[in-house]
Design a protein around this ligand. Structure first.
Ligand code: DC
Length: 223
């Protein structure tokens, strides 16, 4: 029987880095669901549609196909057949993703994509509503968080490595706004599932966070 490990939490808490390591060690497929919302944000932006124009975004979904594929074990995301995995990783696309993710039609559109992936294979899936909405029966649920400052520090370092010109203050401000919007939207807001284990990684090194998560997973898989 396939099983799922759901990791939810705000941006920059280390979800994707930790989920990838976990998936590799347990030989599971890693699914980064944020990439799906980013792909929709990218699509509407390139079509000249505002990510806040709910009616126009909803109507545009008829013309868009979003697929996740695995190339050499790595997730790639495709919009109408075009690999946009690199293009979606900018601060502007983070904001566009957050905006379109508040639109009910977008969440419904991506719901089946996410459930289908988890239906036939065991997965580590990260996002905002995996434990609450997408995979409520996930065997392990973790809510991964950290202080806004430590999350912004990590995200800032990632962006600097890519040569992105964003400043620390901009990254922190964007993160606080995105957290607020993601937690206060009406549909499937970011929140901890009742049966999720809370892990706060503020001040942890990556190795410490991974060790803590592995301990939770081992305990939950046994239980
Ligand atoms: O995880 P990320 O930063 O790539 O996600 C980008 C945005 O997509 C995030 O601000 C909110 C949205 N999102 C969501 O609403 N539900 C998910 N399961 C994953 C992401």
């Amino acid at each position: 029987m396939p099983y799922a490990i759901a990791i939810d939490g705000p941006a920059g808490a280390g979800k994707s880095t930790i989920a990838k390591i976990l998936a590799k060690e347990l030989s599971l497929i890693y699914v980064d669901t944020g990439a799906l919302y980013r792909a929709v944000g990218y699509y509407v932006t390139t079509q000249g549609i505002s990510p806040e124009d709910e009616a126009a975004v909803a109507a545009s979904l008829e013309d868009v196909r979003v697929d996740l594929k695995y190339v050499n074990g790595e997730q790639r995301v495709f919009v109408n057949g075009e690999d946009v995995s690199g293009e979606i990783r900018t601060p502007a696309m983070s904001m566009a993703a957050s905006r379109v993710s508040a639109i009910p039609a977008v969440r419904t559109f991506l719901l089946h994509t996410q459930r289908d992936i988890a239906a036939n294979q065991s997965v580590v899936m990260d996002g905002r509503d995996i434990g609450t909405t997408i995979l409520p029966d996930a065997k392990v649920k973790i809510f991964l968080t950290a202080s806004p400052e430590s999350r912004a520090t990590r995200r800032f370092a990632e962006l600097q490595e890519k040569g992105d010109p964003a400043t620390y203050d901009e990254v922190l401000a964007d993160m606080i706004k995105r957290d607020y919007d993601d937690s206060h939207r009406e549909i499937s807001p970011l929140r901890q599932a009742e049966d999720a284990v809370l892990v706060d990684t503020s001040g942890d090194t990556l190795e410490q966070s991974v060790a803590r998560i592995k301990a939770v997973v081992a305990q939950q898989l046994e239980g």
